[in-house]
Design a protein around this ligand. Structure first.
Ligand code: AMP
Ligand code: ZN
Length: 473
C-alpha cells in the first residue's frame, strides 16, 4: 500500500500542508532547530520540544527524506555571561558544562543528536559578515550607543509569522534585550557594544568590541550550514516572537529570499496545569525525574504521548506512572510475540499477517496527519489487545508473530522507545556467572541451587538455546 504524503501544521500559514522540500527532485530536506541556551540544566519543558523535534526527524526519515539537521548551542548571552561570572569560570568553560549536560540528557531520552551542533561563539565572523550586509543594505544601523540595530521600518513584512499589526505596535523605542514583548516592538539589537559587566567576553568587529545578539546567531548559522533558504525550522512556541520574527527579518532583508518554507512550533509543557517556574517549585530537570526512580525511556514516553506537539501537554507524576504502565504492557506483549516467533519458521503463518499490515498502514496514516502519535499509539494498543487475546487462544502462528514484531520495529523507528534496560544487581550477576560455569561443568545440582538463590533475590532465570535469560521476578 503506498504511504500517504507527510503533512504538517505550518505556523506561518496556520494550515496543515504537505512537506515539499526545495530540492523537489531529490529527497534532501534541511531542518534547523533553535538549540538551548547553555547556562543551566535543561528542564523537561525544553525536552518536550526536543523530543517532538526528534520524532519529527525520525518521521521525516520514515517518509523517505534525507534530513540535514542543524541545531546550535547558544553559548553567549546575558544569562551565560552572568552564570560564568557567578561561578568564576571563563565563559567557554562554564558553557561546556551545560553543553555536555544537554548531550547527556539527550542520551537519556534517546534523542538523535544532529550531526552538526555548532556553538554560536565559534561562528562570530559569519555573524559579523551578515550584520555588515544588513548595514550595507540600510536594513541596520550603528546607533549612538555604539550597538548595531535592525531597522524594522525597512522590512514591511515584519510580524508576518505572528500576524502582528505593526501600525498599532511600533513604539519607536530601540530594544537592547534579546527578549521582549509584542507591545514593545522596536528596532532590535544585532551587535551589542561591550559593557564592563561583560568582563572578558567580547569580540572585535567593525563597530568595536562587543558580542552578537541572540537572533542573529540562528540566521547566520542556518545560512552557513544549510544555505540561504531552509525547508523546516523549529523550536518551542515561545520562540515565535520575537526570535523567529527577527530571524525572518534579518535573513530575508539580507538575501531577498524566503527564509523558511515551513515553520514547526511545539506548544509548551505545563506541570500540574501550570506554567513551569522556579517560584512554583515545579521546574523539573531530566535528572530530577530520574531521581524519583523513573527511567529516561518512561520520561520519553510521557513527553511524546498525551498530546499532539501542537497542543499543550500537562506533566503530572500520575502521568509518569501511566507511562510506566503503558510501557510495561508493550514490553510484555513484545516478549510474547518474540517467543511465539521463535517457535517456528517464518513461513509458518506469514501469509496471514494481515493485522500487522493493517496496523502499519494505520500508523502511517496517523503519522502523515501532522504526526498524530497518539493516533498511532491507539492503533498499537488495539493491536496489543487483539493479539494478546489471539495468543491466549493459540491462534497466532510464528510467521504472523514475526510480522507483528516487524510492525512494532517500524513504529518504534519513530517512537524511539527501544528496549527496557534491565539493571542487573551485582550480586545477581555474580550468581548468574557462577551458574553459567556450573552448567558448563554439567553440575546441574549446583545450577539448580544457584537458580534458587537468584529467585530468592526476586529474579527468574530461563535457559534458552542462546544461554541464560534473566527476567525480573
Ligand atoms: P531555551 O534554552 O530557553 O532557548 O529553550 C530551549 C527550547 O525549549 C526552545 O525551543 C524553547 O522554546 C523550548 N521551551 C522552553 N520552555 C518550554 C516549555 N515549557 N515547554 C516546551 N518547550 C519549551
Ligand atoms: Zn533560533
Amino acid at each position: 500500500m503506498p504511504r500517504p504524503p507527510l503533512q504538517l501544521f505550518n505556523s506561518m500559514t496556520r494550515a496543515i500542508e504537505p512537506i515539499v522540500p526545495l530540492d523537489r527532485a531529490g529527497k534532501r530536506l534541511s531542518l534547523y532547530v533553535c538549540g538551548p541556551t547553555i547556562y543551566n540544566y535543561g528542564h523537561i519543558g525544553n525536552f518536550r520540544t526536543y523530543v517532538a523535534v526528534d520524532i519529527l526527524r525520525r518521521a521525516l526519515r520514515h517518509f523517505d527524506f534525507e534530513v540535514d539537521h542543524v541545531m546550535q548551542f547558544t553559548d553567549v548571552d546575558d544569562k551565560t555571561i552572568r552564570g560564568a561570572h557567578e561561578k568564576g569560570l571563563p565563559l567557554k568553560e562554564f558553557t561546556a558544562i551545560f553543553r555536555q549536560a544537554f548531550l547527556d540528557d539527550a542520551k537519556t531520552l534517546n534523542l538523535e543528536v544532529p550531526p552538526r551542533t555548532p556553538n554560536a561563539t565559534d561562528h562570530i565572523p559569519a555573524m559579523v559578515a551578515l550584520i555588515q550586509k544588513l548595514i550595507d543594505k540600510k536594513s541596520a544601523y550603528v546607533s549612538d550607543d555604539g550597538s548595531v540595530y535592525f531597522r524594522i521600518a525597512s522590512f514591511p513584512k515584519y510580524g508576518c509569522l505572528c500576524h502582528l499589526d505593526l501600525s498599532s505596535l511600533i513604539s519607536g523605542a530601540r530594544v537592547n534585550q534579546d527578549e521582549y514583548e509584542k507591545e514593545g516592538v522596536g528596532d532590535f539589537v544585532l551587535w551589542k557594544k561591550w559593557v564592563p559587566a561583560d568582563g572578558d567576553v567580547g569580540w572585535d568587529s567593525p563597530w568595536g568590541k562587543g558580542r552578537p545578539g541572540w537572533h542573529i546567531e540562528c540566521s547566520a548559522l542556518s545560512m552557513e550550514h544549510l544555505g540561504e533558504q531552509i525547508d523546516l525550522h523549529g523550536g518551542g512556541t515561545d520562540l515565535r516572537f520575537p526570535h523567529h520574527e527577527n530571524e525572518i527579518a534579518q535573513s530575508e532583508a539580507a538575501t531577498g529570499l524566503t527564509f523558511v518554507r515551513h515553520w514547526f512550533h511545539v506548544e509548551h509543557l505545563l506541570v500540574d496545569g501550570q506554567k513551569m517556574s522556579k517560584s512554583l517549585g515545579n521546574m523539573y530537570t531530566v535528572r530530577d525525574v530520574l531521581a524519583r526512580g523513573y527511567t529516561g525511556r518512561e520520561l520519553r514516553y510521557a513527553l511524546l504521548s498525551g498530546a499532539n506537539y501542537g497542543k499543550n501537554l500537562n506533566f503530572t507524576w500520575q502521568g509518569m506512572e501511566d507511562a510506566k504502565t503503558a510501557l510495561h504492557r508493550i514490553d510484555e506483549w513484545r516478549k510474547r510475540v518474540r517467543d511465539k516467533a521463535a517457535e517456528g519458521p517464518p513461513s509458518d503463518g506469514a501469509a496471514s499477517s494481515l493485522p500487522a499490515q493493517e496496523f502499519v498502514a494505520h500508523c502511517d496514516a496517523a503519522l502523515a496527519d501532522n504526526l498524530n502519535i497518539n493516533g498511532a499509539l491507539g492503533h498499537l494498543f488495539e493491536l496489543v489487545r487483539q493479539t494478546n487475546g489471539a495468543l491466549d487462544k493459540a491462534q497466532i502462528l510464528p510467521g504472523e508473530a514475526r510480522a507483528l514484531a516487524a510492525a512494532w520495529t517500524a513504529l518504534d523507528s519513530i517512537l524511539g522507545l527501544g528496549d527496557a534496560t534491565v539493571v542487573i544487581p551485582v550480586e545477581v550477576q555474580t550468581l548468574l556467572d557462577q551458574r553459567a560455569e556450573a552448567r558448563k561443568a554439567k553440575n546441574f545440582a549446583k545450577s539448580d541451587e544457584l537458580r534458587q538463590a537468584i529467585e530468592d533475590l526476586g529474579w527468574k532465570v530461563k535457559d534458552t538455546p542462546k544461554g541464560q535469560e534473566l527476567l525480573p521476578g
